[in-house]
Write a new protein. Structure first.
Length: 283
């Protein structure tokens, strides 16, 4: 029964209510980001204006100029990129091998391994902080990007393995059988046959792991003293005096760090959706 034909008034009220709800949720989610962008485009003196005066104040890009001229922020961007890309690359490589083994082969204790991986992924960072600090310090990796990469693998590898395993299980076994019949080795089958099919899941897990590593703060603060990533650099931003808080520069730095993530999500949104929904529906 079509509600539009039977009760047009109720139909249009429902549609109006739906779009109103969508509008409210959109404003609620985008308002903080909009205000951050607005703050980054205002001079320090405008921060004490009333909201209406603040919105209509003169736009300036001085905060962005100061941020990019800051050597600490420049180094932070480089270190964040090195750490995030390194942790994602290692996670995808190890995660793909592990997912292939867990998703395709039968062996004793496989269920226990999966539950251990899931248990590790739900541990809070603070619970492993002291032990991990001791390990990294003893390995001589304190204040080293390699130490951060090693620490980030704790929460990127379990997530990667868990998502990729469920995806590998749904890949038709005929693909592997055809490759083996043609003389391909298991490694050739994995890299030349399964990896192209796994691309949506690889993109999804890689992007989410990159976002986690890019935004991580606690480990970066604990395991570094000078070679720090962007979140720590932004948190330690200070003004000319101890009473000066450069909110405009802090917001400008936050926008600069956030925009690349938004671009990546928009570029790979199709892969993200297909990767997250893979295995959710059984045919």
């Amino acid at each position: 029964m079509n509600l539009k034909n039977t009760n047009p008034t109720l139909y249009y009220l429902q549609r109006a209510g739906f779009y109103l709800l969508v509008l409210v949720i959109g404003v609620y989610l985008l308002a903080p980001f909009f205000w951050a962008v607005l703050t980054s485009l205002r001079s320090p003196g405008d921060l004490f204006l009333t909201p209406l005066e603040f919105i209509g104040a003169k736009t300036t890009f001085g905060n962005y100029t100061d941020v990019f001229a800051n050597p600490g922020f420049q180094r932070g961007l480089i270190y964040s990129l090195i750490v995030a890309v390194g942790s994602v690359a290692i996670s995808l490589l190890l995660g793909a091998f592990s997912a292939y083994a867990l998703g395709r082969f039968r062996f004793r204790g496989k269920t226990i391994v999966m539950y251990v991986i899931l248990a590790v992924s739900v541990f809070p960072q603070i619970a492993v902080l002291s032990g991990l600090y001791t390990l990294i310090n003893n390995l001589g990796l304190y204040n080293n990007p390699l130490g951060l990469i090693l620490s980030y693998l704790i929460f990127t590898i379990p997530f990667t393995v868990w998502v990729l395993t469920s995806f590998v299980r749904d890949i038709p076994g005929e693909l592997e059988e055809a490759a083996l019949v043609d003389g391909a080795s298991p490694l050739q089958t994995l890299f030349l046959v399964l990896f192209p099919v796994m691309m949506p899941a690889l993109v999804t897990t890689g992007l989410l792991a990159f976002i986690n590593a890019w935004n991580e703060y606690l480990f970066a603060l604990t395991f570094t003293s000078t070679n720090r990533t962007v979140p720590v650099v932004i948190a330690n931003y200070s003004g000319a005096t101890q009473f000066d808080q450069p909110w405009g520069q802090i917001m400008a730095a936050s926008i600069v760090v956030t925009v690349p993530l938004i671009i990546l999500v928009l570029v790979f949104q199709r892969n993200i959706v297909s990767g997250l929904t893979a295995g959710a529906v059984k045919g």
